[in-house]
Design a protein around this ligand. Structure first.
Ligand SMILES: Cc1cc2nc3c(=O)[nH]c(=O)nc-3n(C[C@H](O)[C@H](O)[C@H](O)COP(=O)(O)OP(=O)(O)OC[C@H]3O[C@@H](n4cnc5c(N)ncnc54)[C@H](O)[C@@H]3O)c2cc1C
Length: 399
């Protein structure tokens, strides 16, 4: 994409690292506040990103209005199975789950940042950073030394900036995913319908997302047993007739969920999105987290740059952490509780979802953005299921 202007400032107001949904949003919001903003991206834009590309209501609501974006399908029917058995397909009252390609979404978001005034420099990776006083220094793979008042690390789940900040995770999973071209008959079978299968490994599931002449299909489980996960993926794809065709992409990617006490900043360096390990523990939905934390980080950068002194800048950075906690913290805690229940008792979660109408209604409302996971987990049914799950779980043996 664009190169830095000939008159690049000696010190940028903000350098954003990573042009995914978190970074592109942070850069757009910073630029809208009038900040001299540089968005660095390691890859060449548009770039491939391993992702289902499913946008739930919370993600759609957090996109900039009027973003030009091609959608490939909208899921209105949801098939659930438990280890390939007890299949049930339920229909949404307000089909919302929109299927996109991440290369296109992230490019559109990056173009929106550029249109707002951000300078975008792709094929440029942050190699290291450090800070002194009110200046953060970034060194890149091109041998450049760049300076900024604030750096926002939005460099994804293998983030270098997160390592610098000291982000700590409660849950790290490995996801394996393939983009499989499908013939017309298979495409028709999946059109308007997505599948979620609760899998054989603890806390695992598989998915098929329809995108016209392509299905995105994958599996996810706790990191640590890649052979078992690969075997599950082969079996899953074979059972759904998606193993034969040569995939357009066949990749793996880590997903990470932060510990509640994990930092969101160190000095003038903030983290957002996957870099901050902001992600739903259960569904591993992360685009809405990236968009929302990216927006908060961009606004925080504006307050830091406008601060009269270091104390005011510190207050603005602390406020970023509190805002993320207030908006995304309850979501993460609730999804963590759901994930614990699901890991121990996937059959119970499957039975509730597919047999108790109010449970499906809650999930349907979550997908369409009418409630949150925190909202779901306070319903009487979810409370009862959590209590039942606790009761069914054997107490740990004492040494
Ligand atoms: C298999 C899989 C399926 C998923 N499906 C869904 C889904 O359907 N819906 C959903 O909501 N979420 C899904 N997620 C989660 C979602 O993909 C992430 O939460 C989301 O991409 C986070 O966005 P981000 O901007 O924080 O990071 P990313 O999208 O990962 O963007 C980070 C960017 O930083 C760049 N970068 C990395 N290092 C550097 C560096 N040193 N210097 C410069 N740039 C750098 C990368 O190239 C990348 O472009 C899925 C995740 C996986 C793994």
């Amino acid at each position: 994409m664009s190169r830095p202007p000939a008159t690049a400032p000696a010190t940028w107001d903000v350098i954003v690292v990573g042009a995914g949904p978190a970074g592109a949003t942070a850069a757009r919001v910073s630029a809208e506040h009038g900040l001299r903003t540089l968005l660095l991206e390691r890859a060449s834009i548009p770039r491939y990103k391993t992702c289902g590309g499913g946008l739930i209501g919370a993600s759609l609501a957090a996109l900039p209005p009027g973003l030009p974006l091609r959608t490939y399908d909208t899921a209105g029917r949801f098939t659930f199975t438990h280890n390939g058995r007890r299949e049930r397909t339920l229909t949404s009252t307000a089909p919302t789950c929109v299927m996109v390609y991440r290369s296109e979404l992230d490019q559109a978001l990056t173009e929106a940042a550029a249109a707002a005034g951000a300078t975008v420099q792709d094929t440029t990776a942050l190699n290291s950073l450090d800070q002194e006083g009110d200046t953060v220094t970034v060194r890149t793979n091109r041998g450049e030394t760049l300076r900024a008042r604030v750096v926002i690390g939005a460099d994804g789940s293998a983030s270098r900036v997160a390592r610098y900040v000291g982000v700590r995770c409660a849950q790290v999973d490995l996801a394996l995913e393939a983009e499989v071209p499908v013939d017309e008959r298979t495409a028709a079978r999946w059109r308007g319908r997505m599948l979620m299968e609760w899998g054989p490994l603890p806390g695992s599931f598989g998915w098929v997302f329809p995108k016209g002449d392509v299905c995105t299909a994958g599996v996810v489980a706790a990191r640590g047993n890649p052979q078992a996960l690969r075997a599950y993926k082969e079996d899953f794809l074979a059972r759904h007739g998606l193993l034969g065709p040569r995939p357009l992409h066949d990749t793996g990617h880590l997903t990470r969920c932060r510990r509640p006490d994990s930092p969101l900043a160190r000095g003038r360096v903030l983290v957002a999105g996957d870099a901050a390990a902001l992600l739903d523990h259960w569904s591993r939905e992360g685009i809405s987290y990236a968009l929302r934390s990216g927006r908060l980080a961009g606004s925080a950068a504006a307050r830091v740059v406008a601060a009269a002194d270091e104390a005011e800048a510190d207050t603005a950075i602390g406020q970023y952490g509190r805002q993320v906690e207030a908006t995304l913290g309850p979501e993460m805690r609730a999804s963590g509780t759901l994930m614990e229940l699901f890991t121990l008792h996937p059959g119970l979660v499957h039975a509730a979802l597919t047999r108790v109408p109010s449970a499906w209604r809650s999930l349907d409302h979550y997908i369409s953005g009418r409630t949150s996971v925190a909202g779901i987990m306070t319903t009487p049914l979810a409370r009862a299921a959590t209590a039942l799950g606790t009761w069914l779980t054997p107490a740990p043996a004492h040494a």
